[in-house]
Design a protein around this ligand. Structure first.
Ligand SMILES: *Cc1c(COP(=O)(O)O)cnc(C)c1O
Length: 412
């Protein structure tokens, strides 16, 4: 959805310079078409197999993005009460919403139960006891899955790998049967499924298939034991291509292989994709402020920083960065850095870059997931605007923060 036309970078049919000039920078721009296509790829590849694609809200929780997916009939995967609030504000269906996460508060569980969410993905026995007692108090029955830890290695960055035995996430798969058995004595919760999520940015999805196999074996044991498991939730995690030449798996291939693996087990299959739906659909626009040369390095100083996009600083992540106006001629080897007072504040290091001059604009690619949602006000920098492009139209879906926004709620 992002391509050069007459030397200008476009999102769908919109010239990104038009947005940068009008809205200012830093600014996130999302392609509606790209998001819709990715979600439909998941949905359509399941065919007639009972399924629910629960978009992982944490990847990009913009109301406009959630509303688009809600209109398609998407389910949602949330990890906080705030995300549930957003889903409902955007017109999402709580009845298609699953609540994941290793630490849910009483207030969050109560909100989720009152809202009528579909399922809790639980990660400890204490959590089951807590949900049971709140559900009893409210006079409802809560459906739950245990998020099991299948002990497979997702082969990704250690901070986003979650499926090994020593990670904080999930319940050891060997201990799950006993926990499901004990949960039968809790009268206000009912086991409905088994879930797992082994990590993120997974470029070779065979570990997810391996995890699916282990989870199916567990489900057979549970069903033989009279526990009526009806769905299997395989989480999210499918990777995207961040770097030219990096091969990302196709969504349709992944789901087709998953279907083959799960076959006709009579289960509803759920997935919780985040990054693979919104990641490629977004860019971060930034303006070149200065060029700077030290004895050992050359720097391109831009107006976006680690507070706008923390992935390079946090995971040493690579994002392609290119000029909005295609540059001919010489390139330079430079670090692209922001204004924040941290040495870790960089968007790219030792990167071959176009010879861009102060005042010109750059686009940081694949920034639709884990971009704005991880933005902060560090250095008292107002968070940037968000723009949604649909065909030849665009609109601001979140305005740039003001200085007054920075001090909201504070007193002297
Ligand atoms: C983060 C997360 C997801 C989404 O992961 P992606 O890599 O963005 O697809 C899904 N499920 C759970 C439980 C998560 O924590």
């Amino acid at each position: 959805m992002f391509h050069y036309l007459n030397g200008r970078l476009h999102c769908e049919q919109v010239d990104l310079e038009e947005i940068a000039a009008s809205v200012g920078t830093p600014c996130y721009v999302y392609s509606a078409q790209s998001i819709l296509d990715a979600w439909r790829s998941y949905d359509e590849a399941f065919g007639d197999l009972p399924h629910l694609v629960c978009y992982a809200v944490k990847a990009n929780s913009s109301l406009a993005v959630l509303a688009m997916l809600a209109r398609l009939g998407s389910g949602f995967d949330i990890v906080s009460g705030g995300e549930l609030f957003r889903v409902m504000k955007a017109g999402g269906d709580p009845g298609k919403t699953v609540f994941s996460g290793v630490g849910k508060t009483t207030a969050e569980i109560e909100l989720a139960l009152r809202s009528g969410i579909r399922n809790f993905n639980c990660e400890s026995e204490g959590e089951l006891v807590e949900i049971n007692s709140i559900a009893g108090r409210l006079g409802v029955t809560a459906q739950f899955s245990l998020r099991v830890n299948p002990d497979v290695d997702a082969v990704t960055h250690p901070y986003i790998s979650t499926g090994l035995r020593d990670h904080k996430f999930g319940i050891d798969i060997a201990a799950a049967v006993d926990m499901y058995r004990r949960a039968r004595t809790l009268l206000h919760i009912r086991a409905a499924g088994v879930s797992c999520h082994i990590g993120s940015q997974i470029l070779d999805y065979s570990p997810i298939l391996e995890a699916a196999g282990k989870v199916l074996t567990l489900i057979e044991i549970l069903q033989a034991d009279g526990i009526p498991i009806r769905h299997v939730d395989l989480g999210g995690g499918l990777g995207i291509s961040y770097q030219t030449g990096e091969q990302a798996p196709g969504i349709r291939d992944f789901i087709t292989d998953l279907r083959d693996r799960i076959g006709r087990a009579g289960l509803t299959v759920m997935v919780e994709p985040g990054r693979s739906i919104v990641g490629p659909a977004g860019v971060l626009l930034t303006r070149v402020l200065n060029r700077k040369i030290t004895p050992s390095k050359e720097f391109i100083v831009v107006d976006a920083a680690m507070n706008d996009l923390i992935r390079p600083a946090l995971y040493k992540a690579h994002h392609e960065i290119g000029p909005l106006r295609k540059a001919e001629g010489k390139s330079v080897m430079a670090d692209v850095v922001g204004p924040v007072c941290e040495t870790g504040d960089f968007l790219a290091r030792d990167r071959e870059m176009a010879d861009v001059q102060p005042g010109s604009w750059l686009a940081v690619s694949s920034a639709g997931a884990y971009g704005f949602v991880q933005a902060s006000n560090y250095n008292s920098r107002p968070r940037g605007a968000e723009v949604l492009v649909e065909g030849n139209r665009w609109r601001v879906v979140r305005s740039r923060e003001t200085y007054d926004d920075l001090i909201r709620g504070e007193t002297l």
